[in-house]
Design a binder for this molecule. Structure first.
Ligand code: CP
Ligand code: NVA
Length: 329
């Protein structure tokens, strides 16, 4: 295995298929150790800072628990309480944090912000989600598929929903890199960015993967190994978008008819959080306004034997640990 020491982890386009496989194999090893209760404090004495300009449960907890499992200490910087953005630029913040910490995680808005942080930081910067990409999520997603089927190459993953977003974009990239077949089912206006599709088609020419964009959900989900969806309105987008997105994406909801159209042993994945019932304030609000009890996925699919969403969520921990370990040791 090659060394990834000192590398940033900003988007999967920057990583070779072999490097992605390496991170997966380290994550699988770390998961075994965690489950067996074997200590793995390989980064004892190091310190990391994690910046969250948007909310998070999984990513924040995975970085915090993962860092502690590896023997590190963590400082959390939330949307308020630090000078970042209001009185201090990204470039200055990067130089200050890099002088005190061994690694920096950033979740927030444009990809250009995490890129700037990395440009001015002498220590590794990890992308914990931007508007454009969510690379640590993808590692957990493909790890979950690999655990299920034993392999990745040639597997068909179908994404139903807003495919121009961080999760849709990153899934298309990871599938291309790993020689998988990626299908996006969405209305044309929510297809991924053309330039990114072209880059992924070029990557597929090397890896044997394919990219298919379709408006026909029944055609698209046929023979799928994994069906994936994400919220219809993402963090940072205005609430006023809900009506328009419901109109556009309701036909792309993952329900049992869609699931049954895939292979019989197909799995359902979702990065989470998910609106599959009205048990949240936003879910309840949408129900009151639009009469919808479930959105991107039905509760039936979410709770079904196809669903691997909580295995996937756990794998966020192991994969984020692998990224920290490989870039810091
Ligand atoms: N999937 C994901 O990134 O979850 P959080 O927003 O809870 O971190
Ligand atoms: N597309 C979602 C992903 C959340 C993990 C968002 O950006 O809100």
């Amino acid at each position: 295995m090659g060394s990834l020491k000192g590398r940033d982890f900003l988007k999967l386009l920057d990583y070779t298929p072999e490097e992605i496989e390496q991170l997966l194999s380290v994550a699988i090893g770390l998961k075994k150790k965690k489950h067996n209760g074997e200590p793995h404090r390989y980064l004892e004495g190091k310190q990391i800072a994690i910046i969250f300009e948007k909310d998070s449960t999984r990513t924040r907890c995975a970085f915090e628990v993962g860092a502690k499992d590896l023997g590190m200490e963590v400082t959390y910087l939330g949307p308020t309480g630090s000078q970042l953005g209001k009185k201090e630029t990204i470039a200055d913040t990067a130089r200050v944090l890099a002088s005190m910490y061994d690694g920096i995680e950033y979740r927030g808005f444009e990809q250009s912000i995490v890129q700037e942080l990395a440009d001015y930081s002498k220590v590794p910067v990890w992308n914990g989600l931007t508007n454009e990409f969510h690379p640590t999520q993808m590692l957990a997603d493909v790890m979950t598929i690999k655990e299920e089927f034993g392999d990745l190459k040639g597997r068909k993953l179908v994404f139903c929903g807003d495919a121009r977003n961080n999760v849709g974009n990153s899934l298309m990239v990871v599938c291309s890199k790993l020689g998988m077949h990626f299908t996006c089912c969405a209305p044309r206006e929510l297809f991924p960015d053309k330039a990114l599709v072209e880059d992924c088609v070029d990557i597929c020419a090397e890896t044997g993967g394919t990219i298919t964009l379709t408006e026909d959900i029944m055609e698209g989900t046929k023979d799928a190994d994994a069906i994936y969806t994400d919220v219809w309105v993402s963090m940072g987008e205005p609430m006023e978008l809900w009506q328009e997105r419901i109109n556009l994406l309701q036909p792309y909801q993952v329900n049992m008819e869609v699931m049954n159209n895939a292979k019989p042993n197909a799995i359902f994945l979702h990065c989470l959080p998910s609106f599959h019932n009205i048990g949240t304030t936003i879910g309840k609000d949408i129900y009151d306004k639009f009469g919808l009890k479930e959105m991107e996925v039905t509760d039936e699919v979410f709770e079904s034997s196809h669903s691997r969403v909580f295995e996937e969520a756990e794998n966020r921990l192991h994969t984020i640990k692998a990224v920290m370990l490989e870039t810091l040791r």
